[in-house]
Design a protein around this ligand. Structure first.
Ligand code: 13P
Length: 325
């Protein structure tokens, strides 16, 4: 069942979060839907411009639609991750129910203006918009306090940004960054900032980018099979994630963890079965690892079983739509 994240956020706020999983390949799409089906958990399937360029938007859309047919009970939204205006406008015509406009590297007023223009277009299609304020990047040891603070989302600005841009959810920079090396400065999630944002924007859905946990065992296995990941690879701790969810994080973005599993499973296959030339063997293993990982994440985020709880809300919306036709 394809739904709007608006419905998902209104249900999960402050209680649980929806994993937003970046997909690039058939194995990832199929394993994501299989795991959501098994856990009865709602999901956001998210596609970056790189994914759209790699697999072609039509192919991605067809794969997701096919997975929705195979698992008709899965409650999901399709989201554009880190798009610009061009991607967002294309996505409005391509069956997405949510788009992100990422103008976070622009000055505050320009970020608002670019976001507002996408919001105006998206809302006429009934599609919701995620925006980003603050800079998601690693905080290195040699930065001054002012330089570090400038990267984080300013809570007062977050309130003004939401009011002026009309966005439906906001990605906040509270210490995480994309990739396997999140906390090189050892700082972790800045809860005092998140708490203040929640105080100023009560009930407003917040998004955590860079939420992978970067399991040290997976990193170790990758290096055992010839990888060269640095020992300071680390991610968001389970307890941090749970606390962030209570503070209004509704959408939890995950990409790196699933790349690490892909790398481990394929490196292991090439090393331990050098006589084989079969894409199915590592592909199947990867889908199993992906599914097992997601089942644990659904539990941790409180999303397991929530698809059932969402049914009355979904039916209510379907009745309203039928009534309007
Ligand atoms: P990770 O790199 O932590 O998986 O974050 C992914 C993300 O935020 C995609 O937008």
């Amino acid at each position: 069942m394809l739904v709007s994240p608006r419905l998902l956020y209104s249900h999960c706020y402050g209680r649980y979060a929806i994993p937003a999983v970046n997909v690039f390949t058939m194995e990832q799409v199929l394993a994501l839907f299989a795991s959501a089906h098994r856990a009865e958990a709602p999901i956001l399937v998210q596609l970056t411009p790189v994914a759209r360029n790699y697999a072609h938007p039509v192919m991605l859309q067809a794969m997701i639609q096919a997975a929705g047919h195979i698992y008709p009970d899965v409650v999901y939204a399709i989201h554009l991750d880190h798009g610009n205006e061009e991607h967002a406008i294309a996505a409005l015509e391509q069956g997405y129910t949510s788009v992100m406009i990422d103008a976070s590297h622009d000055p505050f007023d320009i970020n608002i203006e670019r976001t507002r223009l996408v919001v105006e277009k998206a809302h006429t299609h009934g599609i919701v918009v995620e925006a980003e304020l603050g800079v998601l990047s690693g905080v290195e040891d040699d930065l001054s306090v002012e330089e570090v603070d400038a990267k984080y989302t300013n809570p007062q600005q977050a309130k003004e940004f939401v009011e002026r841009s009309g966005c439906d959810s906001l990605a906040v920079a509270v210490g995480t960054s994309h990739g396997a090396y999140k906390f090189s400065g050892g700082q972790g999630i800045q809860f005092h900032i998140l708490e203040r944002i929640q105080e100023l924007l009560p009930g407003f859905p917040l998004v955590l980018h860079g939420s992978s946990c970067v399991d040290p065992e997976v990193v170790k296995a990758i290096n055992q099979y010839g990888g060269k990941l640095k020992p300071d690879a680390s991610g968001v701790k389970d307890e941090e994630l749970k606390k962030a969810i209570q503070l209004g994080i509704c959408k939890v973005n995950i990409a790196t963890d699933l790349r690490l599993l892909w790398t481990r499973d394929h490196r292991e296959f090439f090393t331990s079965q050098p006589e084989l030339i079969d894409p199915v063997v590592p592909g199947r293993k990867y889908m199993q690892s992906f599914e097992a990982f997601m089942l644990k994440r659904f539990e941790l985020m409180g999303a397991a079983g929530q698809s059932r709880a969402l049914q009355p809300l979904i039916q209510e919306i379907q009745h309203t739509i039928i009534g309007q036709e």
